[in-house]
Design a binder for this molecule. Sequence first.
Ligand code: ATP
Length: 551
Amino acid sequence: MTETSFDSAVAALYSSEHQASTAEALALTAQRRTQTIADMRIYLQRVGLLENGKSVLFQNKRLVHITGTKGKGSTACLCETILRQAYGLRTGLFTSPHLVDIRERIRVNGQPVSPEVFGKAYWTLRQMLEAPAGNEPNALPVLPGYFRMLTLMALYIFSHYEPSIDVIILEVGMGGRFDATNSLDLDTTWKSYACGITKLDYDHVRVLGHRLEQIAWEKAGIFLKNKLSPGTPRPPDDVGDEIDEASATKVPKSTSVKNDCKYFALDPKKASVQQVLEECALGEKLCFVAGSYERELPPDAPIGLAGNHQRDNAELAMALCQAVCDDKSVSSTDIHAAIAQAKWLGRCQTIVLEPKLNIRLDGAHTVESVHVGLEWFDQVAVPGAQRHLIFNCSHERNPVELLERFVPLGFHSVSFCKADSERPSAIQKPSAKALLQTWQSSIPKSEDSNGDDSPYSHLPDQPEATWQETLCNIWCALERELLPDSNKAVASGTMTLSASLDQIRQSLKEDEGASGEVLIAGSLYLVGSALSALCWKETDAEGTLIADESS
Ligand SMILES: Nc1ncnc2c1ncn2[C@@H]1O[C@H](COP(=O)(O)OP(=O)(O)OP(=O)(O)O)[C@@H](O)[C@H]1O
């Protein structure tokens, strides 16, 4: 088979040309983070998306910009479906990460762009980026990093190849203030815009800060007015003053009256966080939605995305769409119908694999969202069914914190499978022993614990073990700690996905007539591998990606 321009573009995107695959490259990327907007504007200029610092290409388009810790992708997808189906607009959607195919990240009117468009955009941009430039800062790499490059490609496709797009929906990669998606509209007069912040939680804390107030400040950098005055307000520091939380319900200026509002956030339910968001709005109206505020979506209205948390995301999406289309009048019935049809794969998704074998997929990988995913699993799993877990997580996460949530759910077996594809990472794997010792030291000692003896001293410090075996060790140790008297799950450390499923089928066969509930969780990459192995199909005619869902 000959290599297409799409194949070579993907290979280049995953190579060290765009990936920080050494510790030095990673450190350099981290150093440049707060220069992202300035850097991106140089790249935008080089590829003709800005001319003399100005862009006219987006003047007739609407923009929805979404950040948050959890729910960005779901909210972006809900917005896209509402704007396309209820408002009748032509949409351009940029999201991350992808599950199976990189083209999922750039969608036009709901469909991933074709391999040809993706390949052409990559190589066209690359040629412009590599052309001799004028007197630009030496330290700026000629080729942007992976996410910056994909952002450029999305903007280029939306403006050059799909000029009839009416509305662009951009999901922030990480944070917001210094995110590549935040670089465009300094000089652009959009036809209309709205910015939304979804659920705030602790993720990427090493970069964004350890306090929710710091994380909120990073996210609220997408508020347009804040972008125009980037120096204000100052970021909260590591040990900021705590606000009296008793005043949490008395939010000072923010409102649930959405007329003329352009900035929205899910109610963070913490006064000090609300205050940071408020300050970043710099006097513009900011509306909190869901939480204790009046709801517009009736409690019985169906939502195409599973899980109770999607009700909050749908409220936020409705508010954003109304704000960005305040010149249009659309009935609530049409909006509710669109919400019912929204699809976002790999998050609280069910595949009925066989009549008595349900696969439940959830790519959640933070403590809070794992909790939400487990709540959903517990709710939908057939009562009395044998429960099996297939798990993996990136070694940038703390697997102990994640796995301890799964242990009490009573799994019959646990396998730790590798995903087919993972982005290269320069971060070193910690050992099971080190992770468990940190966990142990953070929980109160029981009365009868006999001093400082670590129960994990038998584990090797620098295991030659694979990451899967490390996870397996952690699971077994957690089971001993958390469920000392119960039956243990069979935990296997080096299974492939299909071998795990075979083992599960065998176990169901032995337990005659038993139903099986398989939860695949912990990593979007693993969920992507499962989707592609179980139900992903690709139509050949237009290169349209579809997942053949059984339910
Ligand atoms: N409003 C919410 N509150 C709490 N958890 C949520 C919420 N929305 C989504 N989640 C959880 O986060 C997971 C990821 O959802 P989604 O893809 O929409 O978020 P995201 O912000 O794009 O995160 P990621 O980049 O990790 O995919 C879901 O599987 C769910 O468990």
